[in-house]
Ligand binder design. Structure first.
Ligand SMILES: NC(=O)c1ccc[n+]([C@@H]2O[C@H](COP(=O)([O-])OP(=O)(O)OC[C@H]3O[C@@H](n4cnc5c(N)ncnc54)[C@H](OP(=O)(O)O)[C@@H]3O)[C@@H](O)[C@H]2O)c1
Length: 255
């Protein structure tokens, strides 16, 4: 990873992929400064436990329109700037389209697309001034292809990749890269929650459904959160921008 100590924000850092990103950052000898946010404070405190560098725990709901700016302001006022942001907080709701109400649609788009836009917008002035920034969005292969029963999620991930591609072009000349990572199915609490809903709809067990998902993925298995975190962290050292990088158990060696 980078040669210098960085000031890094991770959203959705309490569990799953965000937690793995924090775990891997904590192992870095440069002792990066790590700010973490999500709604559940106890999970955030556990995530930063044992860090040898400075940390900031900022419990907040990312769907509140004022929150992203407040979080970015907090990090900048504490540490004088912000170098990298992992925009990872997200949610899926598994529903047939006729049950995808306006409330579901608006909530998923708000969390998965609008909140990342607000974080990026709020960090841009500081990153431009520094002439350096790394913005990594954890999107999904649902941002690149369709899957049934997740229309709001799929639309939100396609849209966030549009945000990444446009911002990357606009910000490249300021030394700011903006990239999306697009993992297939990852073994996290989000996946288990989705499987519980699918089990009710299909009558299959969670284990049966887990095996179906694993078998249909290239590589024949689910990704681990650690694999996704490792791929996400690789963007820190790269000058590449505007990418939407497909990640599955077969391709993971090639990012
Ligand atoms: N798991 C997969 O198969 C998979 C595949 C591809 C992409 N992804 C993407 O990867 C990202 C992380 O997924 P995951 O599987 O690690 O999910 P997860 O295990 O459910 O963790 C989600 C994290 O986001 C936080 N979060 C959720 N709603 C929030 C809100 N309103 N405000 C602030 N924080 C919120 C959660 O904390 P609180 O609930 O405490 O707020 C938690 O820390 C998501 O963007 C997801 O779409 C996941």
């Amino acid at each position: 990873m980078a040669e210098k100590q960085l000031r890094i924000l991770v959203t959705g850092a309490g569990r799953g992929i965000g937690r793995s990103i924090v775990d891997q950052l904590k192992k870095n000898p440069l002792q990066h400064k790590i700010a973490v946010t999500a709604r559940t404070e106890s999970e955030l405190t556990a995530a930063v436990a044992g860090a040898t560098g400075e940390t900031l725990v900022i419990p907040a709901d990312a769907t509140d329109s004022a929150v992203p700016q407040k979080i970015i302001d907090t990090v900048i006022s504490q540490w004088g700037g912000i170098d990298a942001i992992f925009l990872n907080a997200g949610e899926a709701q598994v529903l047939p389209i006729e049950q995808t109400t306006d409330d579901v649609w608006n909530h998923i788009l708000n969390l998965n697309t609008t909140a990342p836009m607000r974080f990026l917008r709020s960090a841009t002035p500081q990153m431009k001034e520094q002439k350096f920034g790394r913005v990594i969005v954890i999107a999904s292969i649902a941002g690149l292809m369709g899957e049934g029963f997740v229309t709001a999620y799929t639309a939100s991930k396609h849209a966030v990749i549009g945000l990444v591609r446009s911002a990357a072009v606009e910000l490249q000349k300021y030394g700011i890269t903006v990239n999306a990572l697009c993992p297939g199915y990852v073994d996290t609490p989000m996946l288990t929650k989705g499987l519980e809903v699918s089990a009710q709809r299909t009558g299959k067990t969670i284990n049966e459904l887990r095996e179906v998902l694993a078998a249909k993925q290239p590589g024949g298995r689910l990704l681990t959160a650690d694999e996704v975190a490792e791929a996400a962290l690789s963007f820190i050292d790269s000058d590449g921008t505007g990418q939407a990088l497909w990640l599955d158990a077969a391709t993971k060696k090639f990012y």
